[in-house]
Ligand binder design. Structure first.
Ligand code: ATP
Ligand code: MG
Length: 766
């Protein structure tokens, strides 16, 4: 959770402001509230990392709460898998594992109170009548004939509903708000409905069940949640959320709802209903099939929690919905696996290679697991000799001009071993290559040889057969549920095997759940479910490069991408944004050069270079900002993550903020003279009206107080003024830290460096 806890976003800005203004006095409390009706997916992962990360950042707590208010769709099986997934992602809920159904009694009490106060009534009309009277955005609603029942009539009816005197659908409890309210959700919304159904936890104790809009705010309030974070579809429910809390409280703390954009990912469906359909129709082997976007599937494929966290950090927390380029996800997975996978040798589709001049016995080569990082240590013996196997498509009888692999008369290095030259090719009756006969150069093992490629290999008879599973995207188009039936655009080749695969013998005992890189072939993971001792099953988590983009767009001539082993997509796939940019570049040599130059700048990631080189104007703007003093990495980050969002549809050139001033802004933002939130506020102001960044910083009073003496002074004043709270904190009421932190932040007018303030305060409290 550590990294996510560091990244600022609009929610951390809200919490900072709440603490500074003293709106939250206790700890920051968030919750992750899944409905136990399916497995969690990567969208949920984003929400988990956000909620647990936010709580961790402020020393608060996050709850895991099962939102099990619907009796018919929830299953205990899902509860277990969800707990497992949240824990795997690093979510620690401590004692706070909750079930919404535990609050049925409390919710019912609150309902009776509303009835007694004349704020709710029992409606015994049909569902259709109620729906019809609701009106629409243009048309006000009409009052139910039961709207003016007396509190005692309503109380009697509600109690009889609860006792089971009415069949399903015969009555509902409604809040009595306003049938002409501009927000349709506020037109006397349903609070309870009758369902004679058994619940997975409460059994038959209840036959009335609360609606989401009634239950959710109460669940939050009962648990002391301070920041209730949900996705954007709930924006208009917020008004009702507040109404419920205002009419049932007082609640301390009083929860507040905030919305962020749900994650949508290219080439992926994320609806639980659709994923269930994919599972039920046996289009995959189960919820944990490595092709599934479920947490269980990704875990089994070899994706790590760190990679998911990197991804969540990269995409940030947005306020507007968009489809995230799946290339970003794959980029994070590759980056993570690159760091953790030792390099091994495996040939997926072997062909024999004979060294005709190798006359001695086999040699045992001592090859390091980390060839590029000798300091990491560790090596193993790999048998080498006359009979070897290499990848079939590493040979070409008629190679293209830039071919760096095996071809008649050409030389190539066998990784970690000697340079060999292809002298002769033996073909079978159908013309297929059966054997490549080479001579090796005995002097070449430790000699540097420029201009030749390196290929991987294994020993012919002492390598081991292995079960290898190769995965590809589950869908062939970027937005599978945009139109038509998503099942029609499933990728028929999303799973393939490599039946002839042979691996170096050291991999015989690879433990389930370990990560490896097979040189030039990809990152592999030992399947934790199907592997047996001495018989590991290998999942390819990912290829080393984006083979999908290489398939969709003409290959970059400077960098021959390995062709996919099998054409995975029968029809032309719709391109992702990254693919489109790669294509545009391929058609525009100017952009290729710009991209290459940006990608070579230290501190600018490949992903950033790709985005900056989307068009020449953006790249030129970036260049001017850097020329004016913006450090390249941060300039790229501020430009892509913040400025483009603020600019909206306006071209950068049309902003009041010039590129040079932006560069000076970045250098100021990175200087530590203001906080993260301060820098964002400054940028926003500069986008609205022109001016010098440093002057504006002073004008807005956004300079960070990181002068330790000033911070210590503020802390001392607060501790003096809050002697009672300090004493309670010292006698063990640790949750008062948030309150004291808020008071101290206020004392500095919100300008203290939050980390420094926290440190000084904790030291002062002892
Ligand atoms: P579905 O509509 O597919 O059933 P859901 O959103 O209803 O999914 P829940 O179990 O209710 O599933 O979700 C639990 C939490 O996860 C909610 O707080 C929800 O906001 C969040 N969440 C669900 N999907 C996403 C997503 N794609 N991106 C971010 N957060 C998500
Ligand atoms: Mg839901």
């Amino acid at each position: 959770m550590a990294d996510s806890a560091k990244t600022s976003n609009f929610l951390t800005d809200i919490v900072d402001a709440d603490l500074a203004a003293g709106r939250v006095r206790g700890p920051i409390v968030t919750r992750f509230p899944p409905e136990p009706n399916g497995f969690l997916h990567i969208g949920h992962a984003k929400s988990i990392l956000l909620n647990f990360g936010l709580a961790a950042r402020y020393g608060g707590r996050a709850h895991l709460r099962f939102d099990d208010t619907n009796p018919t769709t929830e299953e205990t099986e899902y509860v277990e898998s969800i707990e497992n997934d949240v824990r795997w992602l690093g979510g620690d809920w401590g004692e706070h594992l909750h079930f919404a159904s535990d609050y049925f009694g409390k919710m019912y009490e609150c309902a009776e109170r509303l009835v007694v106060e004349g704020k709710a009534y029992v409606d015994t009309q049909s569902q259709e009548a109620i729906r019809e009277q609701r009106g629409s955005f243009e048309r006000p609603g009409a009052a139910s004939p039961h709207r003016d029942r007396t509190p005692s009539e309503n109380l009697d009816l509600l109690r009889r509903m609860r006792k089971g005197e009415f069949p399903d659908g015969a009555a509902v409890l409604r809040a009595r708000i306003d049938m002409a309210h501009p927000n349709v959700l506020m037109r006397d919304p349903l609070l309870y409905r009758i369902r004679h159904a058994s619940h997975h936890r409460t059994g038959d104790a209840w036959c009335i069940y609360p609606m989401y809009d009634w239950a959710h705010p109460l669940e939050d309030a009962v648990e002391g949640v301070t920041h209730s974070i949900c996705t954007l579809e709930f924006e208009s429910n917020r008004e009702l959320y507040d109404w419920v809390l205002d009419n049932t409280g007082p609640w301390d703390p009083r929860p507040r709802q905030y919305e962020f954009a749900r994650l949508a990912l290219g080439y992926t469906v994320m609806s639980k209903r659709k994923l269930l359909q994919v599972v039920n129709e046996k289009r995959v082997s189960g919820w944990d099939d490595p092709r599934m976007p479920t947490i269980a599937g990704m875990r089994r494929r070899g994706v790590t929690p760190d990679a998911l966290r990197d991804f969540a950090d990269l995409i940030g927390v947005a306020k507007n919905n968009s489809v995230v380029d799946i290339g970003k996800f794959e980029f994070c997975v590759r980056g993570d696996l690159e760091r953790r996978s030792p390099r091994a040798l495996g040939v997926l589709d072997p062909v024999r290679l004979t060294l005709v001049n190798w006359t001695g016995p086999d040699e045992e080569l001592d090859l390091p697991w980390w060839p590029a990082e000798p300091d990491r240590g560790g090596s193993r013996k790999v048998p080498f000799g006359r009979d070897l196997l290499v990848e079939r498509d590493d040979f070409s009888a008629e190679p293209p001009p830039d071919w760096k692999r095996l071809a008649p008369g050409r030389e190539v290095r066998l990784a970690g071993a000697w340079v060999v030259r292809c002298d002769e090719v033996v073909r079978g009756p159908g013309g297929e290559v059966e054997e490549i006969r080479c001579t090796f150069d005995p002097a070449s093992r430790d000699a540097t040889r420029r201009g030749i490629g390196t290929i991987h290999w294994v020993h012919g008879s002492r390598s081991i057969p292995a079960e290898v599973r190769l995965y590809d995207r589950l869908f062939t188009v970027e937005q599978p549920d945009a139109e038509g039936n998503f099942l029609d655009v499933m990728n028929p080749a999303s799973l393939s095997s490599a039946p002839g695969a042979r691996l170096e013998p050291a991999l015989h005992d690879a433990a389930p759940g370990t990560h490896w890189q097979f040189l030039r072939e990809g990152y592999f993971f030992v399947d934790p479910v199907d592997s047996r001792p001495g018989a590991p099953v290998w999942n390819r988590t990912m290829t080393l490069k984006d083979t999908w983009a290489a398939r969709a767009a003409p290959a970059d001539p400077g960098r021959p991408a390995r062709p996919a082993r099998e054409p995975a997509v029968p029809s032309t796939p719709r391109r992702s944004q990254g693919d489109v940019r790669a294509e545009q570049r391929a058609a525009d040599p100017g952009l290729v050069a710009i991209h290459a130059r940006l990608a070579a700048i230290p501190g600018v990631s490949p992903d950033q270079a790709d985005l900056l080189a989307a068009d020449a104007a953006t790249a030129a703007w970036f260049d001017s900002a850097v020329a004016a003093g913006g450090p390249p990495g941060p300039t790229a980050r501020w430009l892509l993550n913040e400025l483009l969002g603020l600019a909206g549809d306006h071209p950068l050139d049309s902003l009041p903020l010039a590129a040079g001033a932006f560069g000076r802004f970045v250098s100021l933002a990175e200087s530590g003279r203001t906080t993260g939130a301060g820098a964002k506020a400054l940028l926003q102001s500069l986008v609205e009206r022109p001016g010098d960044p440093a002057d504006r910083l002073a004008e807005l009073g956004l300079e960070k107080v990181d002068d330790r003496a000033a911070v210590e002074g503020a802390v001392a004043r607060v501790l003096g003024a809050q002697a009672a709270e300090v004493a309670r904190y010292r006698s063990g009421e640790k949750k008062l830290l948030g309150f004291l932190l808020g008071a101290a932040m206020r004392e500095t007018q919100g300008k203290a460096d939050p980390a420094l303030l926290r440190k000084v305060l904790q030291e002062a409290l002892g």
